[in-house]
Design a protein. Sequence first.
Length: 257
Amino acid sequence: MRTLVISDIHASLEGMDACLAAAKDKYDAVFNLGDVVGYGASPNEVVAKSIALGGLLVRGNHDKACAGLSDLDDFNPIAALAAHWTRQNLTPPNLEWVKALPIGPIKPEKIAEVQCVHGSPIDEDQYIIAARDAYEPLAAPKERITFFGHTHIQGGFSLGTNDDGTPEITILRPFYDTKDQLETFELPLLDNLKYLINPGSAGQPRDGDWRVAFAIYDDEAKLVTFYRIPYDIKGAQDKIYKANLPDRLATRLDSGH
């Protein structure tokens, strides 16, 4: 089975549309790893598309905040303002849908050895950025593969053992030839390793590549294919400006930071 793994759309209709166009006819199931809303200016449209897309969903920290399920004390002022704006602009049915998003980790019914989270299998709000962050989330779960989001950084980590039996963590990062074309990178998954896999952000990348991102997981081929896709940044930026959201939410899209 081929599964579309998408995360951190952050109310970017333009980013989501670009990802879904590139993924067309390439998947049979969906993992949506959270932060459907927050930051961007199209929360209702993105919620509607997420509902239509279906599949397995987990909530993100911005979903919680925008739904009023957590306070904004841990958010910087720009993120807090965007969460408040989103809460005010979601329609009542869409707000209820965001409130009802389930907490990870969640295991898909028909795909073995896999679980889905937003931040980490240990804490839904944990950021896994460096190798030292990855060890416990890799070692703790029984499942061999954990799909996660939250960091907006495409790639992940693997855990194996050295010849002397000590654990070894490897940082996984896709490599691309350009900065402005649709590109893919294939990562074969080895049976003797455990994995944390991040598809990247479909709405606000932060790994230095402005293109939006997703992944396709083929459990039969034991393969993850990462995607980077150009999208209508100007359209997303214009909507942010028109909504009177902070300018920084628009300008950061150019650099992917």
